[in-house]
Design a protein around this ligand. Structure first.
Ligand SMILES: NC(=[NH2+])NCCC[C@H](N)C(=O)O
Length: 412
């Protein structure tokens, strides 16, 4: 179990192959920095109760372990790379730069404070943020920025969305896309992954190409990336993922993933309720997908295929199901409508991530127990549904797929 991962080998060539290793983040202090004033800006609709949230998250991790997956935590990997003093220093500088702490005097004071911390404490600040009151007020001169921003309580903002580990990066084939986030609230997350990619033996860089870099200005998020097979990747073009980002990613995938034949682009309405493709559409078995019925006639589909001399040909498609059948080479596809056929139930359960299933093997998915109608319809269609409680986890608007970043799956 997990041997490939121990040798630094990433491998994800489907959405449904048995999950062998996965990266998670257990919600922590960052959630306790959410205040009503900044909720929307931080992409939350409500304030979760952290203690309960952590219990629910442990239950999620336990389900994955019981089914044979190795569970790694991003916070542990970060602490491991911060054992190297130079990596730690570079990271602090980069983080302060990203937080726009440009005043040299203040930069130095915060730098020294963070550099004196243990690796674990630095991880806590990198994810949980840094309050102004944590830094000793010396006799330094106040800048205009200090006066104007006096009411703002933090030097470093928290990353409350990091437990949606799916989004800042995604493994495709044996490479990884480190994503360019659409919102300011999440822009520091991929930087953490990039540091791990650059410095942790988990990533054997000779074997794991980088498909996308977070500093590219065109946004791209992992919730929009579905690896359907070795030959087909589907990408949502959404509120979060730009057409230009998709084209750049597709170009890199076509040059690095030899067996890849097609990138299927599914354009969904740019709305918060459908922020990523995986909030309305996920793969649950060889020939089965679950879909939010309210979306079906609101999508546009395009196929991207290799053109001449590194170009990409774009083919507008008439229908999602026909495109999937053709590209996956299977005679029929079953779309399982979430909500069990009732429009109101479907919309309510979709808001609570009924369609955001995580396949842990072909025909076996993890879902929230609260989405009763959607879970039942999955079962009626022969899917094994492993339920977890998510009353607090769901408040960030994400489900089991959003909360997990597969590193390796068995080939199917
Ligand atoms: N893959 C997903 N659907 N992730 C959900 C992310 C939710 C998070 N609050 C955000 O708005 O970014």
């Amino acid at each position: 179990m997990g041997d490939d991962i121990d040798r630094g080998l990433l491998n994800v060539t489907s959405e449904i192959g048995k999950l062998k290793a996965v990266l998670l983040h257990k919600p922590g202090k960052e959630l306790e920095r959410l205040t009503p004033e900044y909720l929307r800006q931080l992409l939350f609709d409500d304030i979760p109760w952290l203690k309960q949230m952590r219990i629910e998250h442990d239950e999620f991790a336990e389900v994955l372990r019981k089914r044979g997956a190795q569970v790694l935590y991003v916070e542990d990997l970060l602490a491991e790379i911060f054992e190297n003093k130079q990596v730690k220093k570079n990271f602090i500088h980069d983080m302060l730069k990203q937080c726009k702490i440009d005043n040299p005097e203040l930069h130095q004071i915060i730098f020294d404070n963070l550099n004196d911390r243990t690796p674990e404490e630095l991880v806590e600040a990198a994810i949980g943020g840094l309050q102004k009151k944590e830094i000793e007020v010396s006799d330094r001169e106040y800048s205009l920025t200090d006066y104007i921003e006096a009411q703002y309580p933090l030097y470093i903002n928290p990353l409350p969305n990091l437990y949606f580990m799916r989004d800042p990066a995604a493994v495709m084939g044996n490479g990884i896309s480190i994503n360019s986030m659409y919102t300011d609230a999440r822009r520091r997350e991929p930087m953490l992954i990039k540091y791990i990619y650059d410095n942790h033996p988990l990533f054997n860089k000779d074997e794991s190409p980088l498909w996308y870099d977070h500093t590219i200005p065109h946004s791209l998020e992992g919730g929009d990336m579905l690896v359907l097979s070795k030959e087909v990747v589907a990408i949502g073009c959404s509120e979060r993922t730009s057409a230009q980002g998709i084209e750049m990613l597709a170009r890199n995938l076509f040059s690095g993933m030899k067996e890849l034949k097609e990138v299927v682009v599914v354009r969904i309405p740019p709305l918060r309720a459908f922020m990523h493709l995986d909030t309305v559409f996920t793969m649950v078995d060889y020939d089965k997908f679950t879909i939010y019925p309210g979306i079906q006639d609101r999508v546009e589909v395009y196929s991207l295929v290799r053109g001449k001399s590194g170009r990409i040909n774009v083919i507008p498609e008439a229908d999602l199901v026909d495109t999937l059948k053709r590209s996956l080479g299977i005679p029929s596809i079953k779309l399982i409508e979430s909500g069990g056929g009732d429009a109101i139930t479907a919309a309510r359960e979709q808001w609570n991530d009924s369609t955001n299933t995580l396949a842990i093997a072909p025909g076996v998915v993890v879902t929230y127990s609260r989405n009763e109608a959607s879970n039942e319809v999955l079962r009626k269609n022969g899917i094994e549904v492993v339920e977890i409680d998510g009353s607090e986890l769901v408040r960030g608007r994400g489900g089991p797929r959003c909360m997990s970043m597969p590193l390796a799956r068995e080939e199917i």
